[in-house]
Design a protein around this ligand. Structure first.
Ligand SMILES: Cc1cc2nc3c(=O)[nH]c(=O)nc-3n(C[C@H](O)[C@H](O)[C@H](O)COP(=O)(O)O)c2cc1C
Length: 182
């Protein structure tokens, strides 16, 4: 499986990093400039370590790349976390950087897209954009905890969210235990 992973400048960079750590696939990684700052601010992981988790790294400002073309096959695009700015650009057909270009390619080619938007509360503009994308088959997967699984710490919450992303890709994992009624 070949998966393109975009990390954008929303809070929750750890979700993208943990996805890279747990996804067993060919991983093509694009990190936006804002995401680089947030990785540094929110996590203890050096940028070079994050990049080392990927099969191939792309520069978000470069359009002259294989994955900017529909002729390059990939199985899925996951943007985690996905800023509301990037989500709204995708919904509007704006392709002004490599992440949004790959998303527009994935949309036109009918490929799987999973977006992990982190924002709260959500404005009507963002909600409309989410609905528009959802109707086009895009999986909108906000990083919302499953409180009923009784997470003990943030790691449990992140594991659950990354597990849900992997579920939507059809990838095996042991990141969370399914709900079991007592
Ligand atoms: C510390 C910090 C946290 C941010 N958190 C969010 C967030 O959770 N959600 C969001 O949509 N934007 C957030 N932003 C704003 C985005 O980084 C900004 O809209 C940026 O233009 C997104 O660009 P990108 O999608 O190309 O990374 C945050 C910015 C900073 C500096």
């Amino acid at each position: 499986m070949r998966v393109i992973i975009g990390i954008t400048g929303a809070s929750g960079a750890i979700v993208g990093i943990k996805l890279l750590q747990n996804l067993n696939a060919e991983k093509y990684l694009i990190i936006s400039e804002n995401a680089k700052k947030i990785i540094e601010y929110e996590t203890f992981y050096p940028l070079d370590y994050v990049k080392s988790l990927a099969t191939k790294i792309y520069d978000n400002s470069s359009m002259n790349e294989d994955i900017a073309s529909g002729t390059t096959k990939f199985d899925a695009l996951v943007i985690a976390p996905c800023s509301t700015s990037t989500l709204s650009k995708i919904a509007s057909g704006i392709a002004d950087n490599l992440i949004t270009r790959v998303a527009s390619v994935a949309l036109k080619e009918g490929r799987k897209i999973v977006l992990v938007p982190r924002e709260t509360p959500l404005s009507p503009i963002v909600l409309e954009n989410m609905l528009k994308l959802s109707k086009l088959g895009v999986v909108i997967l906000p990083p919302v905890p499953a409180f009923y699984l009784k997470p003990k710490n943030i790691e449990d919450v992140v594991n659950y969210i990354v597990g849900k992303i992997l579920d939507s890709l059809g990838a095996e994992h042991g990141l969370y235990e399914p709900y079991s009624p007592q």
